[in-house]
Design a protein around this ligand. Structure first.
Ligand SMILES: [Zn+2]
Length: 406
């Protein structure tokens, strides 16, 4: 969570001052940077300086850097604004805006643009509108990760928690109603989520295989939020949130390793303190919720332990250690049917997980399903003949069989 470092843009005093401008000598926002650099007079020493380009009238080629697609498209629109009122050698010295006043000129402009294969990132629709070029072909736009991340935040602002699920990369797991309810509870009861009422896109980045992206926002002009995106079947979907800057992505594994180490050394108070801090940054980390569950379980707080293990399972339904502990609590609190379902799910993924096999056998013994219990217990003994609890269950089974035959 960021603490009031709050560098504002020294020009508009509204947006985040995310870069130092050599011309202004102060931190400014990307909007104002675009306004300034469009005249192509920035120092070449600035990585955001816009260098003149003569290709295709320079209209679709920007020799500069942008921190996001949004920033890039905004700069292109500003360049288009300049282009339409300037003399264009490509149209033998005519001015596009003047050309667009007549049918012939509009046709000439339309034919010119239609003859190129223009990348979808270029906001051609802006030019189409600006010059009233009805027949200008606009390529169907790809799914943009920034727009989807922004849409996700829009739904948070309007508290449409259910609709968020459709934007998640692993939304299928939410066919399970318990997970679905837990997701909605996590979002609707999160103090931070409830506080969000405006956002500003600061930057974004794409991974090398171009299947992952992160989008960095400033929330309420105060907090940092990074959204991790994943491309699934050509759609950009939400993977997880980090309440902090994008750099923190790299730290996630390390954090739960630290917590795990403290727990293994029985330093529960220290582990708990660390967990509190980290779960504020990585609310969607299944590992951190799992470790929180372990600590609650050590402290015999079954209610909190159950909630943490459930969240770990919701975030990663294939996390068998979390699911095992969740099932164990369900079993010990008498929700036998739910425990049975959970053990079966674990065994679907890990057919030789003997602890789950044994607990499932115990449930079947209680229910009087003796044949099924026997099959399972014999399988466990074959896998591990020294597994004492299974041996005990086998003895119990034999007694039950004798009682039954009487
Ligand atoms: Zn500004």
């Amino acid at each position: 969570m960021s603490f009031f470092h709050n560098t504002r843009c020294r020009i508009c005093r509204e947006n985040k001052g995310s870069r130092f401008c050599l011309r202004v000598g102060k931190d400014i926002c990307w909007h104002d940077c675009n306004l300034i650099r469009i005249d192509e007079k920035c120092s070449e020493n600035c990585r955001y300086s816009l260098k003149h380009s003569s290709e295709k009238g320079g209209i679709f080629i920007l020799k500069t850097n942008a921190d996001s697609q949004l920033e890039y498209r905004d700069l292109l629109r500003r360049q288009m604004d300049k282009w339409v009122i300037s003399v264009q050698p490509v149209f033998s010295g005519k001015i596009p805006l003047e050309m667009a006043a007549g049918d012939q000129g509009r046709k000439e402009l339309t034919d010119f643009f239609n003859s190129f294969d223009i990348p979808a990132i270029i906001p051609l629709e802006y030019l189409k509108k600006r010059l009233d070029l009805e027949r200008l072909k606009i390529r169907e736009r790809e799914d943009l990760y920034e727009e989807n991340a922004a849409h996700f935040l829009d739904l948070i602002i309007t508290r449409e928690w259910e609709k968020l699920i459709e934007l998640l990369s692993d939304s299928e797991k939410y066919h399970d109603e318990i997970y679905r309810a837990n997701f909605i509870k996590r979002y609707s009861q999160s103090r931070f989520m409830k506080k969000i009422n405006e956002y500003e896109l600061i930057s974004s980045a794409l991974s090398e295989p171009k299947d992952k992206a992160l989008v960095y926002f400033e929330i309420n002009r105060r907090y940092d939020l990074t959204i991790l995106m994943e491309k699934v079947n050509q759609n950009w979907l939400i993977d997880s949130r980090i309440f902090g800057k994008p750099e923190l992505v790299k730290g996630e594994n390390e954090t739960y390793q630290q917590v795990a180490l403290l727990i293994s050394q029985n330093e529960l108070a220290a582990a708990e303190k660390l967990l509190e801090q980290y779960s504020g940054i990585y609310p969607d980390s299944s590992d951190l919720h799992y470790y929180a569950g372990l600590i609650h379980a050590f402290r015999k707080d079954k209610g909190k332990a159950e909630a943490s293990f459930l969240t770990a399972c919701e975030l990663d339904p294939e996390f068998s250690d979390a699911k095992y502990n969740y099932a164990l609590i369900k079993q010990s609190t008498g929700d036998i049917n739910r425990a049975e379902v959970l053990y079966r799910e674990i065994l679907q993924n890990k057919p030789e997980e003997i602890k789950s096999m044994n607990n499932l056998a115990a449930i079947w013994l209680d229910k009087g399903q003796l044949q099924e219990a026997r099959r399972l217990l014999e399988k466990i003994i074959k896998l591990d003949k020294d597994f004492a609890v299974a041996q005990q269950n086998l003895k119990r089974l034999e007694q039950l069989e004798i009682d039954k035959s009487r």
